[in-house]
Design a protein around this ligand. Structure first.
Ligand code: HEM
Length: 414
């Protein structure tokens, strides 16, 4: 059945493809192609039953949306389904899509005010100290399984690194990392447990704020407490939630996908034998092919307009299809040799809300991958690549596991 674009508004459409079909399937680009074939670069999708949004899949179309703040707002207060309470307050979408007092959910002057403490905090990081800490964290993690000759590089390695790195920036240690990890995984999953996960993260951050207020330290929590742009504890805790949550699953996914690429794609695995394309090319190839945020919520139309051949109505929600846009042949070919140095991917989005941690996240990811490649010898996947499944989420395709085998120290394979 063909749904008429002219006669039905977004909210009236039924039988739409769920957004999660693009993240949980084996071949996301095939899923995006199907949507494009039917609808063009802007397709209606279902976020949860009764909650529809537009998925923007073209590279220039996404750039137009995120750079035009007069027509597309970030604040969910402009989302008709939220304002009219059609999305239930306990929806799993809440933690990723409902308003909070931080930069991510703000527009214009309020966005600039709340963004400055994040940019200032990241610019003031001592990268040398941070790099040393990450390298020693990675070496310790590998030390825990190297004698075994096998490991799961997601659960035993990649999942711990961003949490410990971002945790250290804010002044919380490994004893809190596991709790944060569980809370954030639920939050990103946008399922039934996402609101409980969000509460757990907020409570832990609130207690860290209280302890830094009593005893300041050289960390971002203390810097946020002192920053004149953050006006109350709610803004401080929400700015911390943003940094901790934005940094966790994205960086985990980037580490895991890069390790997987290097283990499964001969053009990159050559490097491990002293080969041809380097680590930064592999990191970039992942940002093209498997960007950590596949689909990014959201922008809301401030007026009726046309986009990619669709009629968008005021208050409609738009999801940024970053993974789909990266495959746009107008900006990218499929040959990594031709693409060396091309960083026009949308993995970090663009415009005023683009990711402020591009440099920091590359440092963390590069050290994590490099340390694994140097310490683990003769690494090979322990299961066929097709058996690697993503964690459930409509936004990311973070691998749930990456089982590998490698030589035990002292045993040399010829
Ligand atoms: C230490 C790690 C990271 C931290 C602390 C971090 C932090 C943030 C923050 C605070 C924002 C909101 C900025 C704003 O709205 O003004 C953001 C947005 C974003 N980040 Fe990151 N991030 C990290 C890693 C990553 C990685 C690895 C990726 C993907 C490669 C990524 C992709 C994005 C995207 C796509 C946005 C949304 C931009 C938009 O809505 O237009 N982030 N990040």
């Amino acid at each position: 059945m063909t749904i008429s674009r002219e006669t039905l508004a977004l909210s009236e459409m039924t039988g739409l493809t769920p957004l999660s079909a693009t993240t949980t399937c084996r071949d996301p680009q095939a899923a995006y192609s199907e949507l494009r074939a039917r609808w063009g670069q802007v397709a209606p999708v279902e976020l949860e039953p009764g909650v529809n949004a537009w998925l923007v899949m073209g590279h220039p179309e996404i750039c137009n949306v995120v750079r035009n703040e007069r027509l597309f707002a970030r604040s969910p207060h402009y989302w008709r389904l939220y304002a009219e309470r059609i999305v239930p307050p306990d929806s799993g979408l809440g933690p990723m899509m409902f308003p909070r007092d931080n930069a991510y959910f703000a527009d214009g002057d309020k966005h600039r005010r709340l963004r400055a403490p994040l940019d200032d905090g990241l610019a003031a990081l001592n990268e040398h100290k941070m790099s040393q800490m990450i390298r020693s964290t990675c070496t310790d993690l590998i030390g825990q399984f190297i004698e075994r000759g096998s490991a799961d590089l997601v659960t035993e390695y990649a999942a711990s690194i961003p949490m410990l790195a971002v945790g250290r920036m804010f002044g919380f240690g490994p004893e809190h990392a596991e709790h944060f990890r569980r809370g954030l995984t639920a939050l990103f999953g946008s399922g039934e447990d996402s609101q409980a996960g969000n509460r757990m993260v907020e409570q832990m951050l609130t207690s860290i704020i209280e302890s830094r207020r009593a005893q300041p330290a050289d960390d971002l929590t203390t810097a946020f407490l002192k920053h004149p742009n953050l006006h109350n504890d709610y803004e401080i805790v929400q700015s911390m939630v943003l940094m901790v949550s934005a940094g966790y699953e994205t960086t985990l996914s980037w580490i895991a996908q890069t390790l997987r690429l290097m283990l499964t794609d001969s053009r990159f695995s050559g490097r491990m034998r002293g080969g041809r394309l380097g680590l930064d090319e592999a990191l970039d190839e992942v940002l093209w092919r498997d960007p950590p945020m596949s689909n990014m919520p959201a922008r809301y139309a401030l007026a009726d307009c046309d986009l990619g051949g669709q009629r968008i109505l005021r208050g409609d929600g738009l999801i940024l299809g970053l993974a789909a846009a990266n495959a746009d042949t107008r900006v990218h070919s499929s040959d990594p040799w031709l693409e060396v140095g091309n960083r026009s991917y949308l993995a970090y989005s663009t415009g005023p809300h683009n990711c402020p941690a591009q440099r920091t996240s590359r440092i963390i990811t590069r050290i994590a991958v490099d340390t694994a490649l140097h310490l683990l010898h003769d690494v090979a996947m322990a299961v066929p690549a097709e058996q690697i499944t993503p964690m459930p989420s409509p936004w990311t395709r973070c691998p749930a596991s990456l089982p590998v085998r490698f030589s035990r120290p002292g045993i040399v394979h010829k």
